[in-house]
Design a binder for this molecule. Structure first.
Ligand code: NAG
Length: 289
């Protein structure tokens, strides 16, 4: 049998990316794939390490991160947010290159609210150190009642943020219009729970009610499929990676319909239409979806 270098690398790459898929052996677990980055006294593993509980109290918030970084792929988690009065708290799930000056970052931030009022999900995209691309939607369900899926899907052509398989944001590769796209730096997967009552809820007017503390958020079903870096060198550019497939080049008609529905009914802020900040809309805003 003859195997070329390319075949071997491809097999290694598949093995690496497959090792995060339940079908291949094991689901990602907290113990093996993540590390605590901030305040381990506030993070508890439950359900044999398959789920974790994050705590925020007047002493501290907390956070965790993946042990490895990835270049392209799909990351998803199920999250159950703080119930009741969560005003002033922010729970985040994001990818970050950890490179200060030329940071790439893809953010989901869940902004708490007063009891009974809808959570806001803020997304942002940093590419080559430039962010300021906030969008906000109000969720169409109570994210503290049950676990829901939050996914970041990332290939050479686009980044899509999904909530329960509904695309809520698409950031296309508009390098042809000189808009930077995160394409060169691997990113780690991060989660944090912290106090941000100087801005999170109604622009900082609503403060945390510490009499309701401690606050808890829950994470489970960590799923990472992507090219780990360091890892097989030709993995990130391999067009055969499933996330580079043609069905992931643009939204399907069902997805496009859901995306329009979110934008029409649930979007509460879009930097693209904020004329006080951007009298001239940034070039990626003119490019459509
Ligand atoms: C909180 O609820 C109010 C009232 O429904 C809403 O306008 C706001 O967008 C919600 N989210 C935040 C983070 O304030």
């Amino acid at each position: 049998m003859h195997l070329s270098v390319r075949d071997v690398l491809l097999a290694l790459c598949l093995a690496f990316s497959a090792s995060f898929r339940p079908v291949w052996g094991r689901p990602a677990t907290f113990e093996e794939d993540f590390r605590i980055t901030w305040s381990d006294s506030h993070i508890a593993q439950i359900d044999g390490g398959r789920a974790i509980q994050l705590k925020l109290d007047p002493g501290s918030g907390c956070g965790f991160a993946s042990k490895r970084r990835y270049l392209f792929g799909r990351v998803s988690m199920k999250i159950k947010l703080i119930p009741g009065d969560s005003a002033g708290t922010v729970t985040a799930f994001y990818m970050n290159s950890d490179t200060d000056m030329v940071r790439d970052e893809l953010d989901f931030e869940f902004l708490g609210n007063r009891s009974g009022q809808p959570y806001t999900v803020q997304t942002n995209v940093y590419a080559h150190g430039k962010g300021d691309r906030e969008q906000r939607i109000n969720l169409w369900f109570d994210p503290s009642k049950d676990f829901h899926d939050y996914t970041i899907s990332w290939n050479h052509l686009r980044v899509v943020f999904y909530v329960d398989n509904v695309p809520i944001r698409v950031y296309k590769n508009n390098e042809a219009r000189n808009v930077p796209f995160p394409r060169f730096q691997p990113m780690g997967v991060y989660s944090t729970l912290w106090e941000a009552d100087d801005w999170a809820t109604r622009g900082g007017i609503e403060k945390i009610d510490w009499s309701k503390a401690p606050f808890y958020a829950y994470y489970k079903d960590f799923d990472i499929e992507g090219c780990p870096v360091p890892g097989p060198v030709d993995c990130p550019a391999n067009p055969k990676n499933w996330w580079e497939g043609s069905e992931y080049h643009r939204l399907s008609s069902v997805e496009a319909r859901r995306y329009r529905w979110v934008r029409m009914n649930h979007m509460v802020y879009d930097y693209c239409t904020d004329r006080s900040r951007y009298p001239v809309p940034p070039p990626e805003c003119l490019a459509g979806i």
